[in-house]
Design a protein around this ligand. Structure first.
Ligand SMILES: [Zn+2]
Length: 428
């Protein structure tokens, strides 16, 4: 098995309060074998001199839409799945370029995309997928035109059916959840409140009955899976977590009491602030309606205050971005926005160990420790002092390793096999 040894790293392991200096990391195959303070031994290996740079676990984005090639969801109505997939390839690769070695897709991607990435047919981060998000008739992901009154046809037979499945009533939810889990979903997404991009609802609406939410949660629990819910307002968030939802996405309009309810239910808030900030700048020119733009401004204003509320309540926060179409370039700017309120190390924790916990993969993802999958990012400089080193398109990342494979490397590397053998025979 190929071994790669990283020498002289300054390590953020995904959870510790302090970075450790002078660390060697030994990777064997696709796993981390050893993390050694004061230097690992000699191996027949490729040695990479990190030169004191900062090593992070591969970053995780817990809220992406790999196939959302348009900002305006209604544009997808005219797209075939093949065209959408082809257009999504560069944006999937760009996420890995930014150091995201794992993403959670919360509406759009299916098991085929996950498998194509895993087999190396598509270059990109390891994907956890949920299939289409479930939405009620008239809910956040029901993008049918108002003129569309056909009730006698399959409402899901159109170009947005990859993103949304319209379901009403507990029994229909049961069937949809079982069906998506059958197709390999890692989690189920529920649209549990109104949203920004939806043409027919208000941001303060809450959606799905509590019975419907509970049905989805129970069906997921039976399969070891869980529900992620799209929610903005406090009522929607509380209804979700009190009925067993594990992650509440966005949450811009959350109040202090609700943040404690999320905390006390061991649920996670997944903020996605960059999408509002960037989309507010560019939405008009990209054809968002005045109605959508007014909702956008409303939630954008509330965003940073939400971070303060969750931070002081001790509510656990994951890290997400939710960027659609043309806005996708701004993914890593989320780090900068989060650091306006949080300590940089807490933002990094969100994007590594906390997100790994959300994915139920603690110890394997989002950490640099023996036994973990070998996902590593090397940063030129100190992101704890200057978190904007992570912003952009990966310019300040000198190395990206995913699953033990070197996706990118501009550090000096050398084969030590011969030298190591000589040392061993001399010792004998
Ligand atoms: Zn989203």
């Amino acid at each position: 098995m190929t071994m790669i040894v990283f020498r002289n790293a300054r390590l953020f392991d995904g959870s510790s309060e302090e970075l450790k200096e002078g660390i060697d990391i030994v990777v064997e195959g696709n796993r981390i074998r050893e993390v050694a303070e004061g230097g690992a031994g000699s191996f027949d290996a490729i040695e990479i001199d990190v030169g004191g740079r900062t090593v992070l676990p591969g970053l995780i984005d817990a809220h992406v839409h790999l196939m959302a090639v348009h900002l305006r969801a209604a544009n997808n109505l005219d797209y075939s799945l093949t065209l959408m997939t082809a257009k999504s390839l560069p944006r999937i690769k760009a996420m890995l370029d930014r150091g995201f070695t794992t993403v959670r897709d919360v509406a759009g991607a299916d098991f085929g995309l996950r498998q194509a990435i895993a087999e190396g047919l598509i270059i990109g981060p390891r994907a956890f997928i949920g299939g289409p998000g479930l939405t009620q008739t008239g809910g956040h992901a029901d993008h049918r035109r108002r003129t569309d009154s056909r009730l006698d046809v399959d409402r899901n037979a159109n170009g947005v059916d990859w993103f949304a499945r319209i379901v009403d009533g507990p029994e229909a939810i049961r069937l949809a959840v079982r069906d998506e889990l059958r197709k390999g979903a890692d989690h189920i997404k529920l649209m549990a409140s109104g949203g920004v991009g939806s043409p027919n609802d208000s941001i303060d609406d809450y959606q799905f009955s509590e019975e419907e939410i509970r049905m989805a949660v129970d069906e997921c629990a039976m399969r070891g899976s869980y529900v992620a819910a799209h929610t903005y307002g406090s009522t929607a968030v509380q209804r979700a977590v009190k009925n067993g939802v594990r992650t509440v996405e966005h949450c811009n309009l959350i109040d202090a009491e609700t943040a404690t309810v999320v905390r006390d239910h061991d649920a996670f808030v997944v903020p996605t602030l960059v999408c509002y900030e960037i989309t507010e700048k560019h939405g008009d020119e990209l054809g968002l309606s005045p109605f959508v733009m007014s909702k956008l401004r409303h939630v954008n204003e509330a965003g940073v205050r939400m971070l303060e509320i969750c931070e002081s309540a001790g509510t656990r926060m994951g890290f997400g971005t939710d960027l659609m179409g043309e806005m996708e370039f701004a993914q890593s700017h989320e780090f900068v926005i989060r650091a306006r309120v949080q300590k940089p190390i807490d933002v990094l924790r969100s994007a590594t160990s906390v997100n790994a916990e959300i994915l139920k993969r603690s110890g394997e993802l989002g950490t640099v420790a023996p036994g973990a999958l070998a996902d590593l990012v090397v940063v030129d400089g100190d992101p704890l002092v200057n978190i904007s080193l992570l912003d952009g398109q990966g310019e300040n990342l000198s190395l990206i390793m995913k699953d033990g494979g070197l996706y990118k490397n501009r550090l000096p590397a050398r084969e030590t096999a011969g030298a190591t053998r000589a040392v061993r025979s001399a010792a004998r």
